[in-house]
Design a protein around this ligand. Structure first.
Ligand SMILES: [Zn+2]
Length: 87
């Protein structure tokens, strides 16, 4: 199963929970590994939509700090090449 990042169009076909010992589930946040958009995941653990400010307000401070660290890292690294373009 695949879905496109609603911000950059990167093909997302997998997700993993960063802190919970379970698969991602509906309503969890995810972060696009290419553009660092913060996403709300669906039942399949794939991006459903971009996170809203209200979604981010609901996060625990620790989770928000972890998300910001990941976003900062991804932005400093730059976007990933399209899938299939890697050698
Ligand atoms: Zn993206």
């Amino acid at each position: 199963m695949k879905r496109l990042c609603p911000a950059c169009g990167y093909v997302i076909d997998a997700a993993a929970a960063a802190t919970a010992p379970r698969p991602p589930r509906a309503g969890d946040i995810g972060i696009c590994l290419s553009c660092a958009a913060i996403l709300i995941l669906d039942d399949d653990g794939l991006p459903d939509r971009l996170a809203s400010p209200t979604d981010l307000d609901r996060l625990r401070t620790e989770a928000l700090e972890q998300a910001r660290e990941a976003v900062d890292f991804i932005r400093s690294r730059g976007p990933l090449p399209p899938k299939g373009a890697r050698t």
